[in-house]
Design a protein. Sequence first.
Length: 229
Amino acid sequence: MSHSTETNTHYHTLGVHYKAAQSDIKRAYRELVKKYHPDCNRNLDNHDHIAAVNNAYEVLSNPQSRASYDRSIGIANIKFVSSGAAKRAKRASSFDEEELLDMWIKQVYEPIISVLSEILDELDDQIDRLADDPFDDELMDNFQTYLEECHNSFMRAQIFFRGIPNPSCAANVASNLYHCLNVLDDGIEEFRFFTLNFDDQHLHTGQELWRRAEEMRSYAQASMQNLRP
């Protein structure tokens, strides 16, 4: 069976390849909800379709249920890991816990905290500038440029996060960073929706997600301080 062309799978429902990253699955789902949800487009009657989309996303958005589903349709449960990442993980396993922690702090934690500062600490100034006239093309273009820079910085943080595995003693720090990045990704998307339709609800939701991301950053920093006073 050719899985990439199969027409009766959750992957087909969302319009993604079976090797798609979780972020791509989330993005595809959001686009479909926006397109077919009756609250967004009252001219369409797609209750069955949106139900199928919701069901597909519920399965594929969870790595465990996705792996089980993949096995059920004949897709091997293979982890696609780059050779570089595998080599880094192998090297990391040869270090003791203290050495691994030092490496993780320098190569993962500190770069991510720096990137988060670049993103999170600029929002208030950006919103204040845009508030002068949200319908001014130049101001909106500047805000969209800021969002694009946020997205690029977010992608850098993702690369840092996946660089080497966190030591077990830093699991709480890593967990807070992980949730911070996830919330930040959602916040960027909400701000992007605002630039498309000028709906203040997206602006307020984005600001709330930003606040939660800042909170998760603070938790990560506090956990690190407790780890290494």
